[in-house]
Write a protein that binds this ligand. Sequence first.
Ligand SMILES: Cc1ncc(COP(=O)(O)O)c(C=O)c1O
Length: 483
Amino acid sequence: MPENAPHEPDLSPGDMPIEEFRAHGHAVVDWIAEYLGSVDEYPVLARVAPGEIAGRLPRHAPEQPAGMREILEDFEHVLLPGMTHWNHPGFFAYFAITGSGPGILGEMLAAALNNNAMLWRTGPAATELEERSLDWLRQMMGLPAVFRGTIHDTASISSLTAIAAAREAALPDAREAGLSGLPRLRLYCSEEAHSSIEKAGITLGIGRAGTRRIATDAEFRMDPAALEAAIEEDLAAGWRPFCVVATVGTTSTTSIDPVPEIARICRRRGLWLHVDAAYGGAAAVAPEFRHVLDGCDAADSLVVNPHKWLFVPIDCSALYVRDPEVVRRAFSILPEYLVTPEGESVTNLMDYGPALGRRFRSLKLWMTLRYFGREGIAERIRAHVRVAREFAAWIDADEQWERLAPTRFSVVVFRYRAAGMSDAGADAWNEQILETVNAGGEVYLSHTRVHGRYAIRLAVGNLRTTQAHVQRAWDLLRAAAES
Ligand SMILES: Cc1ncc(COP(=O)(O)O)c(C=O)c1O
């Protein structure tokens, strides 16, 4: 990597000398620019075997200082071959994402400032920017002004925080007494909901047994009648229903639960409604897709991940709640060493989730929102949906391929099935197609199971992905299917 920064390792105290930092900093930025400009030249999926990278790393901790040049060379030669490149335009797996230029610059500055905004006083700008930038994002998505946002690392932690607040609202004694001796809580989500909801149930003492998965319809949406029936049945059996999680953009097929109906059930029965819009919420930034959040104005909480489809580098998850006071009641503890003269007149972010320490994540969010603007973000989301729909149309037009779910956003779920092929035969064939295509290094797609059938997913979400990349993926898939 850098050739321009001599380093004489020494044992004198203190940080890296500033001139050395400057030289390596310039070289690292040059490397990043080079990388981003040519990321498509790397194999998108790492070509290493498990343990291969670990085998190249010394087992013993470093005793003596090393030069930065040597460290950066190891980064390039030891670690880089073990990277799967999420910033590659051929990355179509899971939910494709982008660490955008402004977001990367925000990360760099946040690391330099190393701010921990656990308290307002330890990070006034970070605290107030978090509130303001999340309010901008709320406006961009068309959510009502009543929602207040906080940033967490992931949607998993955002949902955990929301469900803890729901538990607090339902059983305020649980915080002090724990759950033993209290009514058994029941949490509801669809059978298509993300595993993070079950994990939240496990973490919060609700357990997997207390997390009831509701059946979905032919388009993978929660069936509100089945929800209602499950609640009735649980009440009769002595459970205490407390929270329903609806999903806007499920992980497997990007289906959208019928939030307006689910919201009506929650309101009638006094249940907390949490919406997992980790992926799908981003689409609402474009006015023509705002309908994906229909009904969400009635939610108690909603998560959307700027690190999924809003071009902010991982990690950045936004949790919106209608009544932040419930979250505060669920989590706030004030040991003496954290008491400040501002008292309750300010927001102390440590009160709004399980973590004390808070990275300055809003900086990269703020820089990304400002750099692209709402219109710029909407235009990029539109472009992703457009190419995904084009791909879906190619699938539909070829009788040997079929879509297995509606294309609601920028993810296409499909499989190859030649005439006469059984479902079991198609499963094996599609698995092989995926292996072949991914081994080529130009694209990376992932899979799911839809109504028991093996399905390939193509997710468009990277800012470098163009129609040509999607066309290439299609060519590679067809070649693999015929080979
Ligand atoms: C719908 C949905 N919710 C939650 C998550 C979890 O996201 P995170 O990795 O931010 O915890 C995912 C991950 O893909 C998801 O698809």
